[in-house]
Structures are given as structure tokens and as C-alpha cells.
Write a protein that binds this ligand. Structure first.
Ligand SMILES: Nc1ncnc2c1ncn2[C@@H]1O[C@H](COP(=O)(O)OP(=O)(O)OP(=O)(O)O)[C@@H](O)[C@H]1O
Length: 369
């Protein structure tokens, strides 16, 4: 897919912006704190309705304004679509070709993006919460229904946790807990199945790409770590039963601690390089290469799932990659993936390798071609 243009209104430090983005590679150059990341973030938000760096939508709205608007015109396989997203204190409104979407999950997936930013190193070395967020964002883009199951699961989880906080082993209303358990397991199993499937496919691509970057010296493996045994579960009903059994087993512990201890909200994934866990034993360079392989794998996976390539957003990462990894990255996206790159200086970018590129200067919320 190809983003022809982007318009912003009251988005962070952009009062008004209308920008044609008709090159394959779009380089945004400027000193710190001018709005380079804000622009990439806006494209990301148009795709996922959420920012990659904050969960508070209020932060995205210009300080002097009540709402922020993002509009993008996207060429897709079957035609051109105009996407509109409005963020305000009252929530979000999304339109496709002027038609308001009843559910945001119907809008997500109209534009697909893969963002690679310095903080993505945290997917390998950070907390499980960061990895779950990564999974949810990526699966949500390509699997219709995933975000809906996730939303339903979260609602049940909040209610169940509220109940566990007040109940004690002596006063528990088992009938009520059973209802929550069944709902939790019903939505939870759907999430687990989709995560398993996604990781399986991602690992196939990531392994191949990682071997390419490291000249075949490193083998990357991605392992799903659910909060209960899911292996060899033939179908969803087996998983459902295992989930319910596990909830029964931890019931007393949950009542003591006042929190739900089993389910996809406690899942994790682990990365292994040549059989050793990267989070524990990997060097900074190995972790960075693993994160890069993961992002490049995502590009291929999205292509496999939806039949077209996503946009690639590279926020301030080219300068951090050595020539070998930069070349690998450029060769992966060259000619097939429209790319948006931010950098403070062009000296670290191997411009000679880029075809059809355009340079934009970013200064204080203004962009000049
Ligand atoms: N809601 C907002 N309203 C207005 N301005 C904002 C808002 N949020 C952030 N800003 C401003 O945006 C600027 C930061 O922009 P951005 O994060 O895009 O920087 P950048 O150009 O990518 O710089 P760096 O190279 O340091 O990453 C800061 O000046 C900040 O004050």
C-alpha cells in the first residue's frame, strides 16, 4: 500500500499540515524536538487508532485545542481510500471514505504499518507487558476480530478482579465466579489461539531474516509462553477445559491476592539466539539485531496475511545500525515497501542506496519538501 498524502490538524505540535508523500522513501530531517517523531506517530495512529508511545490520547491533541484530526489518502490493491480519525476528550471517531465506522476495530487494518524505533529493543529485553502490547498491536492489524475479543476479555477481567478484591474464601459466590470464569476462558482461548498462530508464522520469517543479517552464524527462535499448558491442545474446546481447570487450581491463591492469575493477560514470549535466551544472555548488539529481524519479519507476515506490504516507519534508527544491518534493512524495503524515515542528520544514512527518495526538512511543526 502507498500513502499519497497526510493531513494533520491540531496534532501535537502540528497546527495544520498538508503533505504529499508520493515518494517510495520519505526522509524527514531536522534537529531534536521539531516534530519528526510526531509525524510518524500520526501515521501510526491513523493505522492503529493508538499511539506507539503513549496510551493517553489527550497527549496527542495540540495543547491549545479540543480535538486533533488526521487524514490520509491510501492507495490499496483494490483502489484508493480516504481515512479520517478524530481524537477528542469524548473519544475517537473514524471514517473510511467519509463513512463513520461504528466500531474502531472495523477501521483498524485499513492502513497497515510497521514502526521500528529505538525503544523496540525493549520488545526483546523489556517486561512481558511490552511484549504483550507488541503482540496485540500487530495481530490486531491483520486479524479481524482479535481486538474485539481482547476488549471483551479485558472487560471480564476488570469485573473479575474487582470481585476478587472484595471476596474471601469463606464468602465467595461460586455461581458468579463460574460465570466470569466461563467468559474469561471463552475470550481468552480465542486470544491464545491467535497469538500462537501469529508467533508460529512470525518465527518462520524472523529466523530466515536473522540468519541473513548474521551471515548464518545465529539462529533466532521465538517461543510462546502462555500462563498455562497449551501445547498439543487439538482444538479450542480442549484449551477451554484446561483454562477452566487451571482457574479452579489457583482459586484460593487468587482470592488471597485479589487478582486473576491465569490467562492471556499474563502471557509472555521469549527470544532465543543459538538456544540461549536473548533477554538474559544476549549482548546489546544481538538484542538489537533480534528486534530488527522481528520488525522485518512483520513486514513479510503482513504481506502474507493481507496480500500487500505495509508502510515502514523508521524513527531515528538508521544511525544506530551498522552499515551491514542498514544495507540489509534498505534492501528489504527497497522498491516494495513505502518507507518514512526520521533522522537528525543525513550523514549517517546511506542515501546512495535509496531509489526514489525525497528529503523533507522539519522545523517547529512545519514540513518543507
Ligand atoms: N500535545 C502537544 N501539543 C503541542 N506540542 C506538543 C505536544 N506534544 C509534544 N509536543 C511538542 O512536540 C515536540 C517534540 O516533537 P517530536 O517528538 O516529534 O521530536 P523530534 O523532531 O522527533 O525530535 P527527536 O529528534 O529529539 O526525537 C516538542 O517540542 C514538544 O513540546
Amino acid at each position: 500500500m502507498f500513502l499519497n498524502s497526510i493531513q494533520l490538524q491540531h496534532y501535537r505540535n502540528y497546527e495544520q499540515l498538508e503533505l504529499r508523500t508520493d515518494s517510495q522513501v520519505n526522509l524527514f530531517v531536522g534537529p531534536n524536538a521539531q516534530g519528526k517523531t510526531n509525524l510518524l506517530e500520526a501515521i501510526f495512529v491513523l493505522a492503529l487508532t493508538k499511539s506507539h508511545r503513549t496510551s493517553k490520547d489527550k497527549e496527542l491533541i495540540g495543547w491549545q485545542s479540543q480535538d486533533a484530526r488526521i487524514r490520509g489518502e491510501v492507495d490499496k490493491r483494490y483502489g484508493t481510500v480516504t481515512l479520517d480519525l478524530t481524537l477528542s476528550g469524548q473519544g475517537k471517531k473514524a471514517k473510511i471514505n467519509g463513512l463513520e465506522q461504528r466500531k474502531l476495530s472495523d477501521f483498524v487494518g485499513s492502513l497497515n504499518v510497521v514502526m521500528f524505533a529505538p525503544e523496540d529493543l525493549e520488545i526483546v529485553k523489556g517486561t512481558p507487558g511490552i511484549r504483550r502490547r507488541f503482540l496485540d498491536m500487530e495481530i490486531g492489524q491483520v486479524q479481524p476480530g482479535y481486538l474485539h475479543s481482547l476488549g471483551q476479555y479485558s472487560k471480564v477481567l476488570v469485573q473479575r478482579n474487582n470481585y476478587l478484591k472484595t471476596a474471601t474464601p469463606g464468602s465467595v459466590n461460586q455461581a458468579m465466579l463460574d460465570i466470569w470464569n466461563m467468559q474469561l476462558a471463552e475470550y481468552g482461548v480465542k486470544i491464545i489461539k491467535k497469538r500462537e498462530n501469529f508467533i508460529h508464522k512470525l518465527q518462520r520469517w524472523a529466523q530466515q531474516i536473522h540468519a541473513g543479517i548474521t551471515g548464518g552464524t545465529e539462529e533466532l527462535t521465538i517461543v510462546y509462553r502462555p500462563s498455562f499448558e497449551t501445547e498439543d491442545a487439538k482444538d479450542e474446546s480442549v484449551l477451554f477445559d484446561r483454562f477452566m481447570i487451571k482457574l479452579t487450581q489457583v482459586k484460593d491463591q487468587e482470592l488471597r491476592r485479589g487478582v486473576t492469575l491465569v490467562g492471556p493477560h499474563r502471557d509472555d514470549i521469549a527470544f532465543f539466539i543459538n538456544g540461549k535466551e536473548a533477554q538474559v544472555y544476549g549482548s546489546q548488539g544481538q538484542q538489537r539485531t533480534a528486534a530488527l529481524s522481528l520488525k522485518l519479519a512483520e513486514i513479510e507476515l503482513i504481506h502474507e496475511e493481507i496480500g500487500e506490504y505495509p508502510l515502514l516507519l523508521l524513527d531515528d534508527v538508521l544511525s544506530e545500525l551498522d552499515q551491514n544491518r542498514q544495507t540489509q534493512l534498505i534492501e528489504t524495503f527497497q522498491n516494495k515497501v513505502q518507507t518514512f524515515v526520521t533522522t537528525t542528520g543525513l550523514e549517517s544514512v546511506n542515501i546512495a542506496k535509496l531509489h526514489d527518495s525525497r528529503i523533507y526538512q522539519v522545523r517547529d511543526g512545519q514540513v518543507v519538501r
